[in-house]
Write a protein that binds this ligand. Sequence first.
Ligand SMILES: NC(=O)c1ccc[n+]([C@@H]2O[C@H](COP(=O)([O-])OP(=O)(O)OC[C@H]3O[C@@H](n4cnc5c(N)ncnc54)[C@H](O)[C@@H]3O)[C@@H](O)[C@H]2O)c1
Length: 255
Amino acid sequence: MEHSKHIAVVTGAASGIGKSTVERLLAHGWSVCALDISEDALASHAAELQVGDRYWHHKCDVSSHDSIKLSFAAIRRRTDKVDALVCSAGIVRPGSLEEQSVEDVDRMLAVNLKGPWLTTKEALPMLRNRSDVDHPSRVVFLGSIAGIRPKVGGGFYGASKAALHVITGVLAVELAASGVLVNAVAPGTVATPMVEAMSKPGTGYQVSGESPLGRIAAPDDIVDVIMFFLSDAARYVNGTVLPVDGGTRAAFVRP
Ligand SMILES: NC(=O)c1ccc[n+]([C@@H]2O[C@H](COP(=O)([O-])OP(=O)(O)OC[C@H]3O[C@@H](n4cnc5c(N)ncnc54)[C@H](O)[C@@H]3O)[C@@H](O)[C@H]2O)c1
């Protein structure tokens, strides 16, 4: 796939979907700035990648505006433009609405909802540089099927993603005239460390099983769609939330 864009910032870049996105972008010739709260995981990924100065990374907590500002100050020392922002940082804190702690709810909203918004705000001046309505830069959020078909035990996780879907549409319209397209991928269950952690007994959360396609998603199933949103083929696609769930949400299966 040919891409006309070349510098991307990826959050949640040290694990799962974010990490696979970084690897795919690098394989397609992009330069990538990887942001994640886990500095150790970023450093060990950096050691595996052999792409020279096309990859660099910063510790960044997307729930903290100050931390995001510091990361973008560092990015601005290397480049004055960013062609794409992929916001994959996210957390799940399972629990019933009766038992869920206020701290867990605050943290999910801070990371999953405010995080992508604050990161986009900070990236905007660089996203606008050299973009116009005919050559738009791109923002891709990681939403979730949980924000479309909510689940018991994941009430506030789903609410954080549903709200992110709303933000996707509003940002897309607000930014359209300045040449920035905003879309979201809404995955079903994906085999990542997040899901491994939730599948352990005692989490109080029932991870969905395989989709109608007979398996859960691999990170690359999601990355393919992220790459579509970043490609020239998606130059007129804006403000969409695209389910990538093998059809899970399309109809209930009754035994
Ligand atoms: N795996 C799934 O089944 C699934 C399904 C739907 C949506 N999603 C969404 O996709 C995104 C990626 O999920 P994943 O499965 O790859 O998860 P993951 O846990 O494997 O990776 C998430 C990454 O985000 C980082 N992170 C967490 N809090 C952060 C913070 N405050 N600041 C910066 N980085 C932070 C983690 O360190 C980790 O590297 C998330 O937004 C998630 O909600 C995942």
